[in-house]
Design a protein. Structure first.
Length: 204
């Protein structure tokens, strides 16, 4: 495995002080981050999230997706729990990169949905990989998880690596008028597990 641990520092946030652990994929040059909060129990299931980078949602407050809302809610939930982790993976746009994501958004502006836009550009609907998860979790001392996700592919990826997913915790936040169609496509075409009645709507 090409994942190399680099260093750990403190990361003060509005929800508390996390520890930030840096990793480098020596094959691709990509840099990934694990955030941990509190003392992690190697034997107990840890509340956590695998979060793929979304510059538009995480940093630019985009309402086209639910990514930023999910990241903030996950950090808040972990802080309230008193312990947990987030793996922040650098695979923008479900793996197609930032500029191709903007191209996909342009096609969506013209009427394509998120899956159709990726496929028109010659990509699969979801090109993310999760092979970096195992060494990152090993470094921070996590072997059992309560995973905050709506995506069954993340649960399956962890199980295939021998990581025990004791519970899937739904993370249905950030629904608004700009991303309703996007969320529906994630549910109907990408298999994301969402219950319409359990969504936390935001008024935008």
């Amino acid at each position: 495995m090409s994942i190399k641990y680099i260093a750990t520092s403190k990361l003060p946030t509005p929800w508390g002080v996390f520890a930030m652990h840096g990793f480098e994929d020596t094959e691709t040059g990509k840099e990934h981050v694990a955030l941990t909060y509190g003392e992690l129990d190697a034997n107990g299931p840890m509340l956590g999230r695998i979060h793929s980078e979304c510059l538009t949602g995480d940093a630019l407050f985009s309402l086209r997706c639910d990514c930023g809302f999910q990241l903030q809610t996950a950090m808040q939930n972990i802080a309230e729990q008193g312990q947990g982790f987030i793996l922040y993976l650098r695979q923008e746009g479900r793996g197609i990169g930032l500029l191709n994501k903007i191209r996909a958004y342009e096609l969506q502006d013209q009427g394509a949905n998120t899956v159709e836009a990726n496929e028109r550009l010659g990509f699969e609907a979801d090109m993310r990989k999760y092979d970096m998860i195992e060494p990152m979790l090993k470094q921070i001392g996590v072997s059992k998880v309560k995973l905050m996700t709506n995506n069954p592919r993340k649960v399956k990826a962890m199980q295939e690596m021998g990581i025990e997913v004791e519970e899937r915790v739904p993370l249905q936040v950030g629904k608004n008028r700009y991303n309703e169609a996007y969320l529906k496509t994630k549910s109907t075409q990408l298999g994301h597990m969402m219950n319409e009645h359990h969504f936390v709507d935001d008024e935008f």
